[in-house]
Write a protein that binds this ligand. Structure first.
Ligand code: ATP
Ligand code: MG
Length: 380
């Protein structure tokens, strides 16, 4: 089996690492350089996109912000999984919101806005506080504004209007305005669907964000009461898209109910814990799905947490002396805030996991891991 991944970052790299034992050969298409590369040694190149399409039995993607021209060329080959429509939906909040409405999945009350009249109308119908998000090209909290008091409306509209007008996307830019959800907690779930329509869901993951970027994920098998709701939302969304592969869903938990925040049509940062905590990790299951192999079990085998390494290329080696700690570097050069790697920590139960997690974070420098110690300290 040969798979081409659109995108040559850490997700393609981890797909390639998980594929080796299955004898699946992976190449990655770097959209920036327009070159097909080895995802484990990106300086090794194999030609342009056409060469990559010809090489592959299946084509998949590691991110959703890919030009429609590239997606359409891959779709025309008949090899693209998930479909271009699924990937486009993940890359455009307007399509994403209408999918959620059509699939009858609960999400935040919202309006789509591109003009001042639409903005004024949205303010009439929505309850403050609000969050405005760019329809296209948003990630890690970028392209977002928060409107807490009506006195901010004019100034925010000025910024949004300029943002929309100056946007250079091939599609028309807009913003989605949503009501802020007073959530108790943010959780996410990764699931996988194969070409026959079989689905499997991983246990829900609790997520902590620092400055709008995921910093810690925790999967302990808690929240059994919410798991059925999350799996049902996954099935509705994945079936509506006739989805093939791994898909992630971010939720807001409000009391005992889950609202979908957004979806990602790919393996996801909040699913990295599955490498040490699940029977089959998300990367392997994604490759199995797109290669028409039977899906692996998604059962939790041991409670596991993931800590993102952001903007630094070293952590104290002493963390590796703690049992069940694994280090995953992405081989990238250092840049402020960049996702450089992650640390997985496991325990035989939640208590042991939290003890080890506390040991690990006590060794991590606060400068490089802001707030992580505070978050972990309050976990029970
Ligand atoms: P990422 O790529 O990191 O997932 P993103 O840029 O795609 O982020 P969102 O996930 O939509 O954007 O928003 C980032 C964060 O902002 C959320 O994780 C949540 O903490 C907060 N947020 C977003 N929308 C809402 C909302 N409607 N109510 C309350 N908080 C929200
Ligand atoms: Mg998000």
């Amino acid at each position: 089996m040969k798979v081409l991944v659109l995108g040559a970052g850490q997700l393609a790299r981890m797909m390639a690492l998980a594929s080796k034992p299955l004898n699946i050969e992976v190449r990655a298409y770097d959209v920036g350089s327009d070159q097909v590369v080895d995802p484990l040694s990106p300086s090794v190149t194999f030609g342009d996109l056409d060469a990559g399409i010809a090489f592959a039995d299946s084509i998949t993607a590691e991110f959703e912000h890919i030009s429609h021209e590239v997606l359409d060329r891959c779709e025309d080959s008949g090899k693209l999984f998930p479909s271009s429509q699924s990937i486009k939906t993940g890359g455009d909040r307007r399509l994403e919101k209408s999918l959620l409405e059509q699939a009858n999945v609960k999400n935040a009350t919202h309006h789509v806005v591109a003009t001042k009249a639409e903005f004024d109308n949205a303010l009439k119908h929505l309850k403050l506080p609000l969050i405005l998000k760019s329809a296209l090209a948003g990630y890690d909290g970028k392209g977002q504004w928060r409107l807490k008091d009506i006195s901010q409306a004019d100034a925010i509209w000025k910024e949004v209007d300029t943002f929309i007008k100056e946007d250079t996307s091939a599609q028309q830019q807009a913003v989605v305005i949503e009501q802020m959800v007073p959530f108790d907690r943010e959780v996410s779930m990764v699931g996988v669907r194969d070409k026959n329509g079989e689905t499997k869901s991983y246990p829900l993951t609790e997520n902590h964000h620092t400055n709008g970027v995921l910093s810690v994920s925790l999967a302990t098998g808690a929240h059994a009461n919410l798991q059925a709701q999350a799996s049902e939302a996954f099935d509705k969304i994945a079936n509506a898209l006739d989805y093939v592969g791994v898909l992630a869903i971010e939720f807001f938990q409000v009391g005992e109910s889950l609202l979908v925040n957004e979806i990602a049509p790919r393996v996801h940062n909040s699913g990295h814990w599955t490498q040490q905590g699940a029977d089959t990790c998300q990367f392997e299951n994604h490759m199995r799905a797109v290669s028409q192999l039977p899906l692996g079990s998604t059962a939790l085998v041991r409670p596991t947490a993931m800590i993102n390494v952001l903007g630094t290329d070293s952590v104290p080696n002493s963390i590796l002396s703690i049992p069940s700690v694994t280090m995953h570097w992405y081989g990238k050069s250092k840049r402020a805030g960049r996702k450089m790697g992650h640390i997985n920590v496991s325990g035989s139960d939640r208590v042991e996991l939290l003890q080890r997690l506390q040991q690990v974070v006590s060794l991590l420098p606060e400068n490089d891991f802001p707030e992580v110690n505070d978050y972990v300290s309050q976990l029970k």
